[in-house]
Ligand binder design. Structure first.
Ligand SMILES: [Cu+2]
Length: 249
């Protein structure tokens, strides 16, 4: 019923189209910190393994030459150095994690704000400060489209009007729970145009299976034109109820 690509859209491979749902830099920050931690772990593992092998070879060599093994049980200089190095590595990882994760707070302010309301059994997308609200019936394939501009920071606020729902855009690997009395908010940015099907992924009642929508990313110019068109409809007295549902084949 719900086809893979929306009207006029290009449905790219998984992950194409941006990082919808990211707190912008969070995925990048995680990859950066994790990469450094893996390098540190490999160096520490290699050093410990190398010392064990060296100790074994040295011990074997001494035994072959008839020498006694080293009997000393303490070596303050070596142990002290080892402790200081480990404490230094730990402090560096803690510092790196804190400073890297503080960076998403510096994202530019959002230019577009959208309230997403999930309800039994469809979606409503309200564009902050414009009076534009898009919804549909979600019956017979009439699903609403969440239209967003590319290369623009968008502030999303998700809430449910009744039971728990979940906003899911499989092709963008995005999921966010919609609760009745709690707003889930995040900043996001899309990088290429396209249309992707979205669904409710939390069983929410008898018509849960039909609770679909489209996420459509367009250029900022196209978005502005579209938004002005919707506002013009409002001013000319058009009713918005159901007028943006896209009939699917
Ligand atoms: Cu639902």
């Amino acid at each position: 019923m719900l086809r893979e690509a929306g009207p006029g859209g290009n449905d790219g491979p998984v992950g194409q189209g941006g990082r919808f749902g990211d707190s912008l830099n969070s995925r990048h920050v995680f990859g950066h910190v994790f990469g450094i931690e893996v390098v540190i772990a490999c160096v520490v593992f290699g050093a410990v393994l190398g010392l064990i092998v060296l100790a074994g070879i040295w011990s074997h060599h001494k035994r072959r030459n008839g020498q006694e093994p080293w009997r000393k049980s303490e070596h303050h200089l070596v142990e002290g150095t080892y402790t200081v190095v480990l404490a230094g590595v730990t402090a560096f990882i803690v510092f790196l994690s804190f400073t890297s994760n503080a960076k998403p707070a510096h994202v530019p302010p959002a230019k577009v704000g959208v309230y997403v309301t999930a309800y039994q059994w469809c979606w409503r997308f309200t564009y902050q400060g414009t009076g534009v609200s898009i919804t549909a019936t979600c019956e017979d394939g009439h699903v609403p489209t969440l239209e967003l501009p590319t290369h623009t920071v968008v502030h999303m606020s998700l809430i449910s009007a009744d039971v728990v729902h979940e906003m899911w855009v499989p092709h963008l690997r995005f999921k966010m729970e919609a609760f009745p009395d709690h707003v889930n908010a995040w900043d996001t940015e899309l990088y290429s145009t396209g249309t992707w099907p979205g669904r409710c992924s939390e069983f929410c009642g008898i018509y849960h299976y039909a609770m679909h929508f489209y996420l459509k990313a367009v250029t900022p110019a196209t978005f502005t034109t579209w938004l002005h068109g919707e506002q013009a409809k409002l001013h000319s007295g058009h009713t918005l109820a159901g007028n943006s549902g896209e009939a699917l084949p």
